[in-house]
Every structure is written in structure tokens, then in C-alpha cells.
Design a protein around this ligand. Structure first.
Ligand code: NAP
Length: 447
């Protein structure tokens, strides 16, 4: 008998766990369960559409999905179509790899006005995530502000400043390309509440801003530290090297000849938003100039306003309570010991350690969880746990249509076939159209 494992979530944390389990366990049966019909989590719905090389990691996950021991159950939402407790009864081990789908909230007055969007929603919208198909962000002003100094803030700002041609090799959905191309936005501000040395950008992503064809990066010389050594004193090793390079890049931006391109991307440091202005819609953002005291941003009492019609809050993601599993409200993660929540229940990725790191940071999470499962569960599993046979029986009884990996491959092929000549794919952006496309094809069968 194999060990039967259900992994909830088909993003990097889910697939790295599946791959590690195949290596760690003598025999296992792994079912990757996903709320959407489409797999790969943030690879499809988070990684920027103009970063297609990053998305290629999905090919590795595909290899894992095609291994005989692995099954994919898309369009299955846990606690809606099947309960977490039911799943734990069916499987020897359940791994939660559901990421951090929510936004850390911008909690300033006026943040609920129309025209303020969290990055989870905005990134989801431009990536064609079905949850955000109808977001309709207001791109009808000349100025947009992105709050936050991480890579997601850079992604949002860069996408807003893409030209038609700059979008051609991406998988931005057509309605998104249309909205961006028609937008009058010419100035995008990225606000950092601390200084340039404290920004969480990575080098390649920051440097990329100088390659935008119609927009130039702008940095104020007086925001750069006079003494880089002192500004970087708190950082060591890799973290210090990244920030050192960032400072160099920002100094290059600060010395660029201005007005060579028609649009501008202002990297505005020492700026904390304090109020969103306007009646029902955003008309501006009131900000306070800050200074660094003991590494923290402190208001100086100097206020100024930026007139704008769009505010994107890219200040980090948030994990959410997963019904039936414990949750640490203070740390915003599922309480766990290196991925083990309790014997039989495990966690990997952002729900385990919070929303930070790059795609490959999830690999060790998967490897550790696989070792725990191997050590916690008898080598032949529990004979009373039916695993996927039980899951399929439940779903059939509930007349719920799940999406197999074979189904996804057909959707994938249809998306690629629908793409314009330079684009990698034209995405389906609603669950209904995905299911209709599958149903309208003959020979749909469960793997
Ligand atoms: P992040 O890197 O944690 O950055 C969040 C930013 O928000 C920080 O600059 C933080 O400033 C700021 N912030 C937090 N609360 C704030 C507030 N109340 N007011 C103003 N600013 C506030 O998060 P992220 O950008 O969402 O990225 C998440 C993870 O995904 C990161 O590890 C990132 O590197 C990764 N990612 C990587 C790529 C890539 O490799 N291309 C692309 C996208 C995302 P403080 O530092 O002052 O707290």
C-alpha cells in the first residue's frame, strides 16, 4: 500500500512538495488539489506577464504532475466541495500549500475609496486570474501611485507603463492590454516609507526600469545616502550586496538626463501615505515626509499631496485562516514546527513561513515536509485510508466536476493556439469559459 498524500494548492510550494515526496517515500500516491481549474498558483497568477522566462519553471512542475503516482484535481475547493476534515479522513497526510492570497491592508483614512486597489487584486487582474476578471481598476488619470518598496510594487508600476509593443510578448489578457494602452497615465510614483538602502527590490528587477521604452526612472539625488557604508551598516552578506547594487542603480537613475521619454516612473523615498483624498473616488494621496530613526520610518511633520486617480497598495501579502486548521493571528501563519502542524497535517510555502522569498525558496519547504511525512506515517500507509478513490467517490456523489491534468493540458493547448503571433498564450479568464471549452471538446475524460 502506498502512503496517500493530498496537497492543497498547486503553486510552487505544492509542486516542490510533490516532487520531494516522490523521492522521500518508497511508495506514495500524491493528489494535488487546486481551487481553480488551472495549476501553478502564483506562477500563472502572480509572476509578471512580461517575465515569461520566470514562468518557465511551470514546465518542471508539469513533469512532476505527469508522473504516474501524481494526480491533479483542479476546480476543487476545499471546505466547499470537500471538507478539510473529510480530506484528513481520506488521506494519510494533508499538506496545506495555499500561499498568502490576501493583501496586507493599507489602514489610512480613505483607503476604501474607489481607485485604491491591493496588489493581490491588481496583480490578479493583469494576470487574468478569474477572481479579478471584473476588477475594472480606474486607469483614467494621468498619475498613479504604488505604495511599497518591494518587487511587487516594481511589477505593478512597470506593467502600467508598458506600451502596446512592450506588451506584445506577454500573456497579459487582451482586455488588460486594451485598458493599459488606452490609459492616459504618464506618471507613476512608487512610494517607500524608508530610504533607498532599505528598499526590498532585487537588482535585476530594479535595473529593468531603465529598459522601458517610453518611461524613464526618476530618483531624487537628495534621497540617496551621502555615506553608503553607513546606510548599509545594518546589512550583511547577500542582503548587503543586493542593497549595495540597488544603491548604485538608483544613483545611475538619479543622474539620468531628464525628459528623454514621455512617461516617468518616480521612485520617491522617505514618503509615507497618510490619507487618500477625494469624495467617492481617489483624487489624491496626502503623504508625510519621513526620516529614519533606528531603522524605522518616523514622520517629520512635513506633508505634501500627490494628485492621482489610482492608488495601488503593494505593501505585502497576508495569509488567511484556513477553516479547520489552526491559525496564529499574531504571526499570520499556520502554527507549525518546520512545516509540521501536527502528525498528518503539514504546511509548505507562504502559509508556513509568511509571504517572502522567491519561487525556489519553496523547494526546501517541500523537502522538509516530505521527510516529516516519511517519518510520521507507517511505510505502507493506513489501509483504512482510501485516498483518491475516496475523493473521487465523494466528488461524484456531490456531482462536482473536477479538472484533470489532461484537461489542463487541453486548456493549455487552446490558450497557446489562441495567442497572437508574439504572445505565449491568450488566457481563459473565467472558470466558466474554461469548463465550457473542455465540455465542448469531445473525448473529455478523467485521467
Ligand atoms: P515585500 O518585499 O515584503 O515588500 C513590501 C513593501 O511594503 C516594503 O517595502 C515595506 O516597507 C512596505 N510596507 C509595508 N507596510 C507598509 C505601510 N504600512 N506603508 C508603506 N509601506 C509599507 O513584499 P512584496 O513586494 O509583496 O513581495 C513579496 C515577495 O515576493 C518578496 O519576497 C518578493 O521579493 C517576491 N517577489 C519576487 C519577484 C521577483 O523575483 N521578480 C516579483 C514579485 C515578488 P518596509 O520595508 O519599510 O516594511
Amino acid at each position: 500500500m502506498p502512503i496517500r498524500v493530498a496537497i492543497i494548492g498547486s503553486g510552487p510550494a505544492g509542486f516542490y512538495t510533490a516532487k520531494a515526496l516522490l523521492r522521500a517515500c518508497r511508495t506514495c500516491e500524491i493528489d494535488v488539489i487546486e481551487r481553480l481549474p488551472t495549476p501553478y498558483g502564483l506562477i500563472r497568477g502572480g509572476v509578471a506577464p512580461d517575465h515569461q522566462t520566470t514562468k518557465r519553471v511551470a514546465k518542471k512542475f508539469e513533469k512532476t504532475a505527469l508522473v504516474e503516482e501524481v494526480n491533479y484535481y483542479g476546480n476543487v475547493e476545499i471546505n466547499r466541495h470537500v471538507g478539510l476534515a473529510e480530506l484528513r479522513d481520506l488521506y494519510d497526510a494533508v499538506v496545506l500549500a495555499v500561499g498568502a492570497p490576501g493583501d496586507r491592508k493599507l489602514t489610512i483614512p480613505g483607503a476604501d475609496k474607489y481607485g485604491v486597489f491591493g496588489s493581490a487584486a491588481f496583480v490578479g487582474w493583469y494576470n487574468g486570474h478569474p477572481d479579478f476578471r471584473d476588477l475594472d481598476p480606474s486607469l483614467n488619470s494621468e498619475v498613479a501611485v504604488v505604495v511599497g518598496n518591494g518587487n511587487v510594487a516594481l511589477d505593478c508600476a512597470r506593467i502600467l507603463l508598458r506600451t502596446r509593443q512592450g506588451m506584445a510578448g506577454t500573456d497579459l489578457p487582451m482586455h488588460v492590454q486594451g485598458a493599459i494602452a488606452a490609459s492616459p497615465i504618464v506618471d507613476v510614483y512608487i512610494l517607500g516609507r524608508r530610504g533607498p538602502a532599505e528598499a526590498s527590490f532585487t537588482n535585476v528587477e530594479l535595473r529593468e526600469l531603465s529598459q522601458l521604452t517610453k518611461a524613464e526612472p526618476r530618483v531624487r539625488k537628495d534621497h540617496l545616502p551621502d555615506d553608503s557604508e553607513a546606510a548599509l551598516a545594518a546589512y550583511v552578506a547577500r542582503e548587503r550586496r543586493v542593497r549595495e547594487r540597488n544603491l548604485k542603480t538608483l544613483a545611475e537613475f538619479a543622474s539620468l538626463e531628464p525628459d528623454t521619454k514621455p512617461k516617468r516612473l518616480h521612485l520617491e523615498f522617505f514618503t509615507s501615505p497618510v490619507e487618500v483624498l477625494g469624495d467617492e473616488r481617489v483624487e489624491g494621496l496626502r503623504c508625510e515626509r519621513t526620516q529614519l530613526i533606528d531603522g524605522r520610518a518616523q514622520g517629520t511633520g512635513e506633508f505634501f499631496e500627490i494628485s492621482c486617480g489610482l492608488v495601488i497598495s503593494a505593501i505585502g501579502y497576508r495569509t488567511e485562516l484556513f477553516a479547520g486548521a489552526p491559525y496564529d493571528e499574531k504571526r499570520n501563519i499556520i502554527p507549525n514546527d518546520k512545516g509540521r502542524v501536527e502528525p498528518g497535517l503539514y504546511a509548505a510555502g507562504w502559509i508556513k513561513r509568511g509571504p517572502s522569498g522567491v519561487i525556489s525558496s519553496n523547494r526546501p519547504d517541500g523537502e522538509i515536509v516530505a521527510c516529516y511525512i516519511r517519518d510520521d506515517i507507517p511505510v505502507d500507509g493506513d489501509p483504512t485510508k482510501p485516498g483518491r478513490v475516496g475523493l473521487e467517490k465523494l466528488l461524484r456523489e456531490r456531482r462536482h466536476r473536477w479538472v484533470t491534468f489532461g484537461d489542463w493540458q487541453r486548456l493549455d493547448a487552446l490558450e497557446e493556439a489562441a495567442a497572437d503571433y508574439q504572445a505565449p498564450r491568450q488566457k481563459f479568464v473565467t472558470v466558466e469559459e474554461m469548463l465550457e471549452a473542455l465540455d465542448s471538446e469531445e473525448g473529455s475524460k478523467q485521467k
